[in-house]
Design a protein around this ligand. Structure first.
Ligand code: NAD
Length: 404
């Protein structure tokens, strides 16, 4: 079927932890052909591993990849502080871009990235968001259909070990712990479900005494429609939301119940080291999860994970029913008790993104999760920080609608 279709050529910028989870040896997603042809990284062993595994081109800089790579699209998976520079380089060389979350670390940077891509006439897709997950999209479809009445409120909770696994001190400082790193997932999920347009945000981060960074947050927000939502995140490896969810992991695999306790114990031991020892232990822990240092944690050729991805407990309350995810789809609690809708597992988050990118580039369809969508998400995440600092509600000015 896909024989006559154009093959989309992908280059990866940054072969770190994120990339170790997403490099995929399949040549087709959702019936659309693509090929990983090039990558760039500063770590020579990661480049060597890439050439061994994919046989593609490997470069030691963003500039070289974007200038000389045999690629249509650059997947930017470098640390957040480089996203603006790297997206601008890609645009300058006429490459389409998928950019990892967070899109950037400031609204000003987001604006510059959007302007650079608009000027170059290339697509910019906000990569890696759980709002692409099939259960979230199905719940949005049901809200839109009105089957169970109007949306009345949204609540989402995620408790896990974010701060204590594979995070450098510098990284936690740059992203305010999970606020700018994991916030984009929760905010995207809630914006997708509620239609995108948030009016105001009130929030307060919490402190993690172990990593001495922000450990999470509580956020109350209101949509233009008046629908309220709460977002709760706690990455201090105490309680684990997966316990309420058949121990399903973020990726739809089994999450061992000992995960949080192990992360916390290891981090507590590192904390007793001096500054140099702590930095070395954290770097070692980070490197262990990067591409080139490990065999993929998930063997992509082994197939699709057994369950839907799970990014915390999201409860969607409508006039005549309430929805949440099940392991394999969604549950709707309405008149007559809960019923389950089982969903297809093949087109998961990142595959759905690549499929959207393919259709945007090759078939000229609009990209939904584009730079403006990601900037609106970052505006909310930034407001979580500003609201607490300024002790007030922050009004949103850059929101965009789901337009569905
Ligand atoms: N760690 C995760 O599990 C994860 C998951 C999803 C998304 N992300 C996102 O992915 C991005 C990267 O995070 P990470 O955890 O993978 O970081 P990382 O440090 O593991 O990986 C970054 C990689 O980029 C390379 N790099 C840095 N500067 C470069 C440059 N100028 N040119 C070429 N390569 C360069 C580094 O050598 C490293 O291999 C962040 O935006 C993060 O939010 C991370």
């Amino acid at each position: 079927m896909s024989n006559n279709k154009r093959i989309l050529k992908l280059g990866f910028l940054g072969l770190g932890q994120a990339t170790s989870k997403l490099l995929d040896r399949r040549h087709e997603i959702d019936g659309l052909p693509y090929k990983i042809t090039a990558a760039a990284d500063l770590r020579p062993h990661a480049r060597d591993a890439f050439v061994r595994e994919f046989g593609g081109q490997a470069f030691d800089s963003a500039e070289a990849l974007c200038r000389d790579g045999d690629i249509d699209v650059v997947y930017v998976a470098t640390p957040a502080e480089f996203h603006r520079e790297h997206v601008e380089i890609a645009a300058r060389h006429g490459r389409h871009v998928v950019c990892e979350k967070p899109m950037a670390l400031s609204i000003e940077d987001c604006e510059a990235m959007i302007a650079a891509c608009d000027k170059a006439g290339v697509k910019l897709l906000a990569g890696h968001t759980h709002s692409f997950d099939a259960p979230i999209r199905e719940m949005r479809r049901i809200i839109r259909s009105g089957e169970i009445g109007d949306l009345v409120m949204l609540n989402t909770w995620n408790f896990n070990d974010f701060n204590h696994r594979g995070r450098l001190l510098h990284e936690l400082r740059t992203t305010h712990g999970p606020i700018l790193n994991q916030g984009p997932h929760q905010v995207d999920v809630v914006r997708q479900l509620g239609g995108g347009m948030i009016r105001k945000v009130m929030a307060k981060p919490i402190r993690d005494s172990l990593s001495q960074a922000e450990g999470g947050y509580i956020c109350f927000l209101e949509f233009e429609s008046g629908v309220p939502a709460t977002l709760v995140y706690d990455g201090r490896s105490q309680f684990d939301t997966s316990e309420l969810f058949w121990w399903t992991s973020e990726g739809g695999l089994h999450r061992p119940p000992s995960t949080n306790a192990k992360a916390r114990k290891a981090y507590s031991e590192w904390r007793s080291l001096d500054e140099t020892g702590l930095a070395a232990a954290l770097e070692q822990d980070k490197e262990a999860g990067r591409y080139g240092a490990v065999i993929h944690s998930v063997d992509k050729e082994a197939g699709i994970p057994p369950h839907q991805p799970f990014f915390g407990l999201t409860v969607v309350s409508c006039d005549h029913g309430t929805m949440r995810q099940s392991q394999n789809g969604i549950l709707i609690y309405g008149d007559g008790g809960p019923r389950e809708i089982v969903l297809e597992r093949s087109l998961r988050g990142r595959a759905a993104e690549l499929s959207e990118m393919y259709r945007g580039i090759v078939e000229g369809k609009p990209i939904f999760h584009d730079g403006r969508w990601a900037m609106a998400t970052l505006e909310v995440c930034q407001a979580i920080i500003d609201s607490a600092r300024e002790s007030r509600e922050i009004a949103m000015t850059r929101q965009v609608s789901t337009n569905d």
